[in-house]
Design a protein around this ligand. Structure first.
Ligand SMILES: Nc1ncnc2c1ncn2[C@@H]1O[C@H](COP(=O)(O)OP(=O)(O)OP(=O)(O)O)[C@@H](O)[C@H]1O
Length: 240
């Protein structure tokens, strides 16, 4: 089963009396355990599509299925509960809570689950270690660089072992060198945790790292480019 499936999806924004068709008749399947990038020019519908996949918004027409659940038909409460349990988020402005330490920011989503304290501590420390920030656990976000903040955000997004991680322009506020390191880290974490990552990005470097690329223009899909599935690539490497 694909972690995300959209069937005949359309989204129209109402701007006063004017209807703005942001997405028109989108049919798309996002593969599991893959790095998928949504790209396209400004205004082409990337954020709108990501918000539908993220269960932040609902379509005006069509069906959105996320991790087997019909997101288009769920109530607001059910959607927010579903987001907390099954999805991870990485934002371009990091969205860390400024009064919480790096440790506490990563712990925060786990407090919403009923994970026992000792297991929670183990998980937080393992995630901070995995993103290379074990020694910064006690720092507040204001005491970290942009790249380090985004590392905390990656650890936080993956702490609950989500089925899907969504990232809206995750490198937009980073210099190109730090952005490249963050993308490499996300790639490593995506493989290790065997989770599907879906990004929106203008960044050619992000696009170059993708398994699958979805190109949008004027709210429609122009092309979907699929790379080799990870399992096949690994098998080919082994048999070479
Ligand atoms: N809240 C809104 N109300 C009205 N129109 C909107 C709203 N949000 C987006 N739009 C319109 O919907 C279309 C798609 O917008 P969207 O933000 O999804 O594009 P995008 O590809 O993410 O753009 P960018 O790369 O500039 O962030 C655009 O024409 C935009 O003007």
């Amino acid at each position: 089963m694909h972690p995300v499936s959209l069937k005949n999806v359309s989204k129209i924004y109402q701007l006063g009396a004017v209807e703005v068709p942001a997405l028109t008749d989108i049919n798309l399947e996002i593969r599991g355990n893959c790095f998928t990038v949504i790209c396209g020019p400004s205004g082409s519908g990337k954020t709108t599509l990501l918000n539908l996949i993220a269960c932040i918004d609902r379509p005006d027409r069509g069906e959105v299925s996320v991790a087997g659940q019909p997101a288009h038909a769920m109530s607001d409460d059910a959607l927010s509960d579903f987001r907390a349990r099954h999805l991870g988020f990485i934002f371009q402005n990091f969205n860390l809570l400024p009064v919480l330490t790096a440790y506490e920011n990563v712990e925060y989503p786990l407090l919403l689950t009923k994970m026992p304290a000792a297991q929670r501590r183990e998980r937080v420390l393992a995630m901070l270690e995995a993103v290379g920030l074990a020694d910064k656990a006690a720092n507040l976000p204001g005491q970290l660089s942009g790249g380090q903040r985004q590392r905390v955000a990656i650890a936080r997004a993956l702490a609950t072992a989500p089925k899907l991680v969504l990232a809206d322009e995750p490198t937009a506020n980073l210099d190109s060198q730090t952005g490249a390191a963050i993308i490499a880290l996300m790639r490593k974490m995506q493989r290790e945790q065997r989770v599907a990552f879906v990004f929106s990005s203008h960044d050619a470097m992000v696009q170059a790292q993708a398994d699958d690329t979805v190109l949008l223009r004027d709210g429609r899909i122009v092309s979907v480019t699929r790379g080799e599935p990870l399992e096949d690539a690994a098998a080919a490497e082994l048999s070479a």
